[in-house]
Structure formats: structure tokens, C-alpha cells
Ligand binder design. Structure first.
Ligand code: FUL
Length: 699
């Protein structure tokens, strides 16, 4: 009898557990930590906002001020913060962040704690306040406002001492108290060392981990602006994406091993900027990038505003890779966003509108391999209902699952957009997308993380059904959105290159696309020369070119590149005259020359003939991670290769974060047959130097 009861209980237990397995979980999914705060979720949903670099540097025409300039140099002729706000609003941006104080210490507001501010400038007789004007304009246009306050201050006498940290916090308090709501506070990790420092003119190094007392500053920010998100390499609200070209990684985790990171640490980009699957804190990525090569306005970059193609790449590789996008406008000396920048921004937003005009999967019929609870609470249709607050979910622990969308008829698409419901944590580690074409399934994408948003640009495919399969995840995937679009094809611009012997090639992006160009500075049209084979350019020339697809009648943007004399007869020799093959003078940024300080000092470049040079160019290595970059230089010229004259000496500002080609003009022209670039400091600690290109300017 006893035995029978026991047996009966046993059967009941098995039955119950079988029911539990077959019956789907109906309670809500538990969070997978770390999870975002409500402010971080709201911040993530902003997606796209603008950066304004405008300050003393705008008027001194440099990227990093030394801190020694008189305030009256700041004098915009027609500053109009409403224009900035209008431009941003029309582009669909949600806010603007301004450089209230950059590294040179000059303040855009009349701070009570320093004389180095607008109050001592001639602008508005010292009565102006740029931050106030921006706050008012943002309010009028329904935009959020954020502030950039540089921790490094090359003007302040106390920089490096505890007194400066008090000063920094006092300034922050002014900004966070007097201008209404602040949505983001931006703390830059840059610290170059030397500066004016109240007249000391010296190098000051700080212990970036401890000096600023960040925890206390963060507490103050939260007290004064409870909803503000704090940006720095280590967050805590949002983190740097690790580069200044606006690209997040394909695998981008919002969780970060935050306690291993501090602002401005050397290994940040390589080791931490992509976030970590096992990250301990929610610190999502923000991609900051300028619409021009530099952050500040330089007239010489008026024709170097990013092309539509470049801006689209940035959009898809930032917002499309689980990162917010902070796009910079270098406000010009008038105090306006330049019309060329406005034009390119409008092209970008116009194109994005077209790209996402027609949601092809919306409310289409769906089916999933597993559904948590009932279809109405966690069913697959919730991923295509256009509401990102509802989501498809599977049973606890069931990570390998798929969702199929039936498009009803063969439908062409080339964009796949997917979102996780991040309020409960980022989960997906690996997913694939398949399409049913003529009755056969084929894989069209295979990727890793999703996060808040992932957008894939795909080759066009005409499918009847589309299937998303989650292959690996931390727990039940929560997919809030899947969408498909068929974006119009944008014609890629040509790629301009020149070989060492001076042959210029305009690489055509696609077959059947024509390329037109001019060499006299005029705007090319379809009546200009059409490119057939490489041609020689050996004197200073500007090449302007675009692609044109005769079928669609679509054109790319016109892009230009300025070449100086060709390097056909240039040689790198050592002091004994021995010649070396060298990648630093092959007119190709993709190749580079690895050397060190000692070797560099012993080399010289023989130009083959005497040139009247007015300046030089230096392009650091273009490898993924910045190593061996010269940040402080001297440059020499010589007629005979024996007696040398120093022609320039200085700093390549911000070159580590933004390793673009540097152009230096001499005070006066110099005749030379030999040149030499010397390194006085490299950005990382290793003494390796890697140079992509050295060039001269003769015109
Ligand atoms: C960098 C700065 O050094 C640049 O000048 C610029 O402000 C950029 C946004 O951050 O670290």
C-alpha cells in the first residue's frame, strides 16, 4: 500500500513537471543585469543630437588653444543661437551640446570664477552669454541642451592642484544651476600636458584616475540635474565610442566593466570602448564625430564637409550599431553654422527619410518557434506592431528561437532593423537573418549584438518570408522591433588616389557608373572630362570629381582632393646617403613606415630638386588603433643636406583621438632640397613611430 502511494506521488510529480515544461512561462521576464536607469532609456531614445564646437579656437583657427589668448579675440560678428537650434531641429536632432569651456579655459558664459570669459571680450561689450542664448533657443525649438566642460584647463594657474578641482566644480555648478534643464554633461578625457597655466608655461601632468575626484563631481551633477546623463570614457551615464570618426563596433555592448575604466586612460579605445558582454554597469556608447575633419571652424575646411556617403556610413555605423550619434558643427567666426554644413546635413536627413519611408514588415503576419505566455502579451506580432514598448519574448532560458515574418508576396528590401527591449537588459549575443526566396531559405546576414537598435545594410533581396533566429543570448531574447525597408541606392563617390610617380586614379565604385572630373578648381558636371585611365598630376592641383549613374540619373556628391608636387623623385636617405624604400613618401595613406625617434632623427627626405616650400603635411598611421603618433614635432629644411634650418615646431592638437592629415604653414617660404620631420613626443608611451605620409606644400 505504502509502496503504491509512493509510486502514485512519483507519477504525479513527473506529470506536474511535464506540464511545467510544456506550459509556457506566463510571468514577465526578469531583468538581465546590468539594466539602464529610466534616464538612460530616455537618453538612448534621443538617438541623434548635435555638438557645437565654438570658442576661442574658432577665432585663432586652431584645434587646441594653449590658454594664453586674450578674451577680446572672441568676437563673433552675427552670432545666432536660434540658427543653430533651427538647423538641428529641422534635421530631427533632439538636442545640442556646446563647448562651454574647451581645453584653453575660455568660458562662453560670464563665470564669476575667472576673468577668462566672454565678460572680457568685445562681443556685446562683455555683456553677452552664449550659454544663455543657446538655452533660450533650445527652449524655443523644443530641443534639449547639454554642456561640454573640459576638465583640462590650459589657462588656469592652479591646474594640477586641488584648488583647480574646486574651481572646476564651481564652474559646473554655475552651468547646472543657471540655464534650466541639462540633458547631458560631457567630460572629455583629453589631457596634453603643457599649457599657459596662468603664465607658468610648463608641462603639468595629472593622475587622471584620482586627481579630479570624479565620484564627488558626479554626485553634484546628480543633485543639481537629476535627469542629466554624464558622458566620459567611464560614463557613468554614457561612454565614448573610442574614436572620432563616428563608428561603433559591430559588436557593441552597453554593459561596461566600468570599474576598470577611467577618463583619458591610454588603453581605453582598444580594450573597453566596445563594451563587454560581462560588463558590470549599464554605460551605453555615444559616437561623437565632426561634420568636417576638425572640431573647430577653419575656412580651409569649407570644401571638406563630409559627403552624403560619409554621413550615411556614420549614421548606420553609430545608431545602426547600438550607439547614439553626436554630430558636431564647427560654428564659424560669424557665429553661425556654415551653409555648406547645413546643406550636407539636409542631404543626410533627406536621404534617411527616403531610406526609412516605407516599413515593409509592419503588421505583417508572424510566427515564432516559441512564445512566452500568451500571444497577446509576448507574441511575435508585437515585434512588428510599430510599438517598441511591446516585445516578443520566449520562455526563461530559451535563447535559441526564431521569428518568421510572412510578407505575403515577394518583396524587395535592403535594410533590416531590429531592437531589443533594453529596459530589461541587453541579451542577444548572436543572430542570423534568412530570407525565403522562390521557396528556398537563404542566409542573408549573420551578426552578433543587437542592443537598443541594430540596422543592417544588405544587398537587395526579393523575399516572401524573412526569419530572424537568435542563436545565442544571455537569456530569453526580448525583441521589440523588427522592420524591413527598401532604401534607394545612393551612388558612391569615386576614390581619388595618386601613386608615387604622380598618376592619379579615380576609382569607380560600381560598374556602369561614369566618373567626371576637373583639374582647374571648377565644379565638375556631366560635360566635364570623363575619367578613362590614370593621368599625371605633378604640380599643385585640385582634383574635383563625382560619379554618375546613367541608368538612375543619380549623382554622388562632388568630392575633391588637393595634390602638391609629385613625389616621383623623392628618396629617403640616411646621413651616409644610403637610400631606403619608404612608405611615408609613396602618396598612399594605407601604407606606413614604422621607425623610432633615433632612426627618424638620422633620416632625411631628398626631394630630388630644390622647391620653394611654404609648409608641410604629416599623416599619422591610419591603422585601427592609434599607435606611434607624433604629437609634438619640429620640421627642418636644408639646401645641401648638411646645414639645417628649423622651419616649424609645435603640437598636432588632438591627433591621437582624431588621426587625420595635419597641415602646417611656415612663417615664411623656404628653399630646400632636403627636409626632415623630427618627433618631440609620441602619443603613447612606446617610442615606436608609425608614419603614413609626409608631404610638402608649395602653393
Ligand atoms: C576631444 C578634444 O580634445 C577635441 O578637441 C574635441 O573637443 C573632441 C570632442 O574631444 O577629446
Amino acid at each position: 500500500m505504502k509502496k503504491q502511494i509512493k509510486k502514485g506521488r512519483y507519477t504525479l510529480l513527473i506529470l506536474l513537471s511535464m506540464i511545467a515544461v510544456s506550459c509556457s512561462t506566463s510571468y514577465p521576464p526578469a531583468p538581465v543585469n546590468p539594466i539602464p536607469s529610466a534616464d538612460q532609456v530616455a537618453w538612448q531614445e534621443l538617438e541623434f543630437y548635435g555638438f557645437l564646437h565654438f570658442n576661442m579656437n574658432t577665432f585663432t583657427n586652431i584645434e587646441w588653444g594653449y590658454g594664453d589668448k586674450a578674451p577680446d579675440i572672441f568676437n563673433p560678428s552675427e552670432l545666432d543661437a536660434r540658427q543653430w537650434a533651427r538647423v538641428a531641429k529641422e534635421a530631427g536632432m533632439k538636442g545640442l551640446i556646446i563647448t562651454a569651456k574647451h581645453h584653453d579655459g575660455f568660458c562662453l558664459w560670464p563665470s564669476a570664477y575667472t576673468e577668462h570669459s566672454v565678460k572680457n571680450s568685445v562681443w556685446k561689450d562683455g555683456k553677452g552669454d552664449v550659454i544663455k542664448e543657446l538655452a533660450e533657443a533650445c527652449k524655443e525649438y523644443g530641443l534639449k541642451m547639454g554642456v561640454y566642460l573640459s576638465p583640462w584647463d590650459r589657462n588656469h594657474a592652479d591646474y594640477g592642484k586641488p584648488e583647480y578641482v574646486t574651481y572646476f566644480r564651481n564652474q559646473l555648478r554655475e552651468l547646472l544651476t543657471n540655464y534650466g534643464d541639462i540633458f547631458e554633461v560631457w567630460f572629455d578625457g583629453a589631457n596634453g600636458g603643457d599649457g599657459y597655466y596662468g603664465g607658468a608655461n610648463e608641462v603639468r601632468k595629472v593622475d587622471k584616475l584620482n586627481y579630479y575626484g570624479w565620484e564627488e563631481t558626479y554626485k553634484m551633477v546628480k543633485e543639481l540635474q537629476p535627469n542629466a546623463v554624464i558622458f566620459s570614457d567611464a560614463g557613468p551615464g554614457t561612454r565614448w565610442v573610442g574614436n572620432e570618426h563616428g563608428f561603433a563596433y559591430e559588436t557593441t555592448w552597453s554593459p561596461l566593466l566600468k570599474d576598470s575604466v577611467y577618463g583619458g586612460m591610454l588603453e581605453y579605445s582598444k580594450r573597453y570602448s566596445m563594451g563587454q558582454e560581462n560588463g558590470t554597469h549599464w554605460v551605453p556608447a555615444e559616437a561623437d564625430v565632426s561634420i568636417r575633419p576638425g572640431w573647430y571652424y577653419h575656412t580651409s575646411e569649407d570644401d571638406k564637409v563630409r559627403s552624403l556617403k560619409s554621413l550615411l556610413d556614420i549614421y548606420y555605423y553609430s545608431i545602426g550599431r547600438n550607439s547614439n550619434l553626436l554630430l558636431n558643427f564647427p560654428v564659424d567666426t560669424r557665429g553661425l553654422i556654415h551653409e555648406n554644413d547645413v546643406k550636407q546635413l539636409q542631404k543626410l536627413t533627406g536621404q534617411l527619410k527616403e531610406d526609412f519611408a516605407n516599413p515593409l514588415a509592419k503588421n505583417k503576419s508572424t510566427q515564432a518557434s516559441n512564445v512566452r505566455g500568451s500571444s497577446s502579451t509576448y507574441g511575435p506580432s508585437l515585434a512588428v506592431d510599430g510599438n517598441k514598448e511591446t516585445y516578443w519574448a520566449t520562455d526563461d532560458g530559451l535563447v535559441n528561437a526564431s521569428l518568421t515574418i510572412d510578407l505575403g508576396e515577394p518583396t524587395i528590401f535592403n535594410r533590416f532593423l531590429v531592437q531589443e527591449y533594453i529596459t530589461l537588459g541587453q541579451r542577444v549575443k548572436k543572430f542570423k537573418v534568412e530570407a525565403e526566396v522562390d521557396g528556398n531559405w537563404k542566409e542573408i546576414a549573420n551578426q552578433t549584438t543587437i542592443g537598443y537598435k541594430r540596422i543592417l545594410r544588405l544587398a537587395p533581396v526579393k523575399a516572401t518570408k524573412v526569419r530572424l533566429t537568435i542563436e545565442e543570448a544571455k537569456d530569453s531574447p526580448l525583441i521589440s522591433t523588427i522592420e524591413l525597408y527598401n532604401a534607394p541606392v545612393v551612388v558612391d563617390e569615386p576614390f581619388i588616389s595618386r601613386s608615387k610617380d604622380g598618376k592619379v586614379n579615380l576609382e569607380t565604385p560600381e560598374e556602369g557608373v561614369a566618373v567626371y572630373y576637373t583639374l582647374d578648381g571648377s565644379e565638375p558636371t556631366t560635360r566635364s572630362k570623363s575619367f578613362k585611365t590614370a593621368f599625371t598630376v605633378d604640380t599643385p592641383t585640385i582634383v574635383k570629381t563625382f560619379s554618375f549613374d546613367p541608368q538612375t540619373k543619380r549623382k554622388s556628391d562632388v568630392i575633391s582632393k588637393t595634390f602638391d608636387v609629385s613625389k616621383a623623385y623623392w628618396k629617403v636617405t640616411d646621413t651616409k646617403g644610403k637610400t631606403y624604400i619608404n612608405q611615408a613618401i609613396d602618396d598612399n595613406n594605407k601604407t606606413d613606415w614604422t621607425t623610432d625617434k633615433k632612426m627618424l632623427d638620422n633620416y632625411q627626405i631628398d626631394l630630388g630638386e630644390t622647391e620653394l616650400i611654404i609648409g608641410f603635411t604629416y599623416t599619422p598611421t591610419q591603422r585601427k588603433y592609434a599607435v606611434g603618433i607624433i604629437s609634438n614635432y619640429s620640421f627642418y629644411g636644408s639646401i645641401d643636406g648638411k646645414r639645417w634650418v628649423q622651419l616649424a615646431q609645435g603640437e598636432f592638437s588632438n591627433i591621437e583621438a582624431n588621426p587625420i592629415a595635419q597641415k602646417v604653414q611656415f612663417k615664411k617660404p623656404f628653399k630646400a632640397k632636403y627636409i626632415k620631420l623630427k618627433s618631440n613626443k609620441v602619443t603613447d608611451t612606446k617610442e615606436k613611430i608609425i608614419i603614413a605620409e609626409i608631404g610638402i606644400l608649395t602653393k
